[in-house]
Design a protein around this ligand. Sequence first.
Ligand SMILES: NC(=O)c1ccc[n+]([C@@H]2O[C@H](COP(=O)([O-])OP(=O)(O)OC[C@H]3O[C@@H](n4cnc5c(N)ncnc54)[C@H](OP(=O)(O)O)[C@@H]3O)[C@@H](O)[C@H]2O)c1
Length: 322
Amino acid sequence: MRFIEVDGVGPVSRIGLGTWQFGSREWGYGSDYAGGAAGAIVRRARELGVTLFDTAEVYGFGKSERILTEALGDERADVVVASKVFPIAPFAPIVRNRFEGSAKRLQLGKIPLYQVHQANPVVPDSIVMQGMGELLDAGKIGAVGVSNYSLDRWRAADTALGRPVVSNQVQFSLATAGPLEDLVPFAEREDRIVMAYSPLAQGLLGGRYGVDDRPGGVRAMNPLFGTENLRRVEPLLGLLREVAAAHDVKPAQAALAWLLGLPQVVAIPGASSVEQLEFNVAAADLDLAADEQAALTSAARAFTPQGVVPTLVERVREKLGR
Ligand SMILES: NC(=O)c1ccc[n+]([C@@H]2O[C@H](COP(=O)([O-])OP(=O)(O)OC[C@H]3O[C@@H](n4cnc5c(N)ncnc54)[C@H](OP(=O)(O)O)[C@@H]3O)[C@@H](O)[C@H]2O)c1
């Protein structure tokens, strides 16, 4: 495993574990997953050196935080749990209240990384950052992060907090490579972290799905799995398969290695099985050659998916964990 130092947080594994899938109905993994596989995935992740676990108050209405806590057991205070507050009316007392709810479910006195789940379109960051700053000053969180923030908004959040917002968690993969252009250079310059969510494009980069075999649940509404995008993505997937074969690894692993080949990027793939988790963690030790990295970057830039900006409905569903 490889680690990266994050201000206020400490060393963070460059492959983390995303836990939106835990207890959230929209992934369609069912109660066997929530009650069994999810915990096994967390425990195996720990054995393999993963220290970053991403969750949110809204995932499964708190179930993700609870399942994660139970699986981590006594180790929960030794790892970097990154949770998120959903900023509806994000005044300081409300942020404090939302924090207390998460801290209770996580059974933690201090949440190492606490993130604003998305930029509130009508309330400026000066409001939410007042509450976040108070939590930081009180030692109840290790560092403040944001999620789904543009670069301008990330900078505005810095100003509002009066100190650096250490990370920005954004949709980032070979199939959604926009952060390459602005967020990654900013993170490199300013020593921040870009945390790549949906780093496997929700499984698309696993290479298993196609027009005749599409995933259901929340992914049925993901435009990346639409017929036109599945057709357009073929050259990118073809190259990914080639690069993966050259290293004798899976396409998903090459996709994660490409992200880790970028400065200041960590990835938080979700997993439907322990086996997937093992493959994903192993990607942390995979080095792509410079020409492979560059070729994948060109292919990612050339892929222009239609309609991938999440619709409001998708966003709301993800936030509500349903
Ligand atoms: N901040 C936000 O707004 C936001 C939004 C979305 C996600 N997130 C966070 O980011 C995490 C990850 O994103 P995500 O779950 O949307 O997408 P993802 O990590 O790109 O995709 C996860 C899915 O891909 C498949 N997969 C995983 N490993 C694989 C492998 N080695 N080979 C083939 N397929 C594999 C699995 O689905 P199947 O096996 O069923 O195909 C798995 O559930 C979430 O859990 C959550 O913590 C945050």
